[in-house]
Design a protein around this ligand. Structure first.
Ligand code: DAT
Ligand code: MG
Length: 150
């Protein structure tokens, strides 16, 4: 089953939106297989956001993501990456569609509540940065057959 890395950023934690974000992903049907409340340091932030190192917003991005605890998670579903990105909405909450996490809960691109991997390759890389081997649990839910047909 495909996996994606999702993080509730410091703004989401500080605003009391942990339950809201998890609830939306759960209700969609994705399955939580690993979760960790943690403080990101500058080294991990730099590795996580390595693709953005030369962008003008990189310093503020690192300062933001290290500004307080985050909730790091692994979620599972067929096509987990695209499903989670759709549920999150566009990067800029000011432009994200209503009904999405960012579109319903935010207004500023620098405070966009959640991170989600942008490809299966990114998901694998990011899961490796935030979790160790064996952290993700393999289990089934009795509701799974009511969420997917096969
Ligand atoms: P996403 O988080 O939707 O994958 P991204 O990978 O392009 O978006 O950028 C990572 C984060 O960097 C994003 O969540 C918010 C911030 N960011 C992106 N573009 C920005 C910009 N033009 N100005 C300020 N912050 C930006
Ligand atoms: Mg990204």
């Amino acid at each position: 089953m495909a996996r994606t890395f999702i993080a509730i950023k410091p703004d989401g934690v500080q605003r009391g939106l942990i339950g809201e974000v998890i609830s939306r992903l759960e209700r969609r049907g994705l399955k939580l297989v690993a979760i960790r409340l943690m403080q990101v340091d500058a080294d991990l932030a730099g590795r996580h956001y390595a693709e953005h190192v030369n962008r003008p917003f990189f310093p503020s991005l690192v300062s933001f993501i290290t500004s307080g605890p985050i909730v790091a998670m692994i979620w599972e579903a067929a096509n987990a990456v695209a499903l989670a990105r759709q549920t999150m909405g566009s990067t800029n909450p000011g432009e994200a569609a209503p009904g999405t996490i960012r579109g319903d809960l935010g207004i500023d691109i620098g405070r966009n509540i959640v991170h989600g991997s942008d490809s299966p390759e990114s998901a694998e890389r990011e899961i490796g940065l935030f979790f160790g081997a064996g952290d993700a649990l393999d289990y089934s839910r009795s509701a799974d057959r009511w969420i997917t047909e096969s």
